[in-house]
Design a protein. Structure first.
Length: 128
């Protein structure tokens, strides 16, 4: 049997993270949760995941963007796929897109919350 693929969810909403975790575990992924950037980075340093699902607005409105930027500009982690899953557009009205927002938003994909289970699994499969 192949080793389970590891996914790290970094999101400060414990209910939303738990819902995503349940969907992913049902699909046989190994899932870890982090409620903020600091604990997310600590987990990444201990064991690099195969994929990161990253919220944007945590303690600060741009925490996820900054974490994504830092990871993608670090040789140790730059190849780890990152999918940003956020409600930042709904809350702020600002639209972000990795294809048009250049180097700062360097995620591999970007989706708005809420995300359906089917779309989530489709996106995860694409990167793992």
């Amino acid at each position: 049997m192949a080793q389970e693929k590891r996914i790290l969810i970094v999101d400060d909403d414990p209910d939303y993270a738990a819902a995503i975790e349940k969907i992913l575990k049902t699909a046989d992924y190994s899932v870890s949760l982090a409620g903020d950037v600091k604990s997310g980075m600590e987990q990444i340093e201990k064991e690099v995941p195969d994929l990161i699902l990253l919220d944007v607005m945590m303690e600060k409105y741009d925490d996820g963007f900054n974490m994504c930027y830092d990871l993608k500009h670090d040789d140790r982690y730059k190849d780890v796929p990152i999918i940003i899953i956020t409600a930042v557009t709904e809350v702020t009205g600002l639209k972000f897109n990795p294809k048009t927002d250049g180097e700062y938003l360097d995620s591999d994909d970007y989706v708005q919350k809420p995300i359906s289970a089917d779309l989530l699994l489709e996106k995860v499969r694409r990167f793992i």
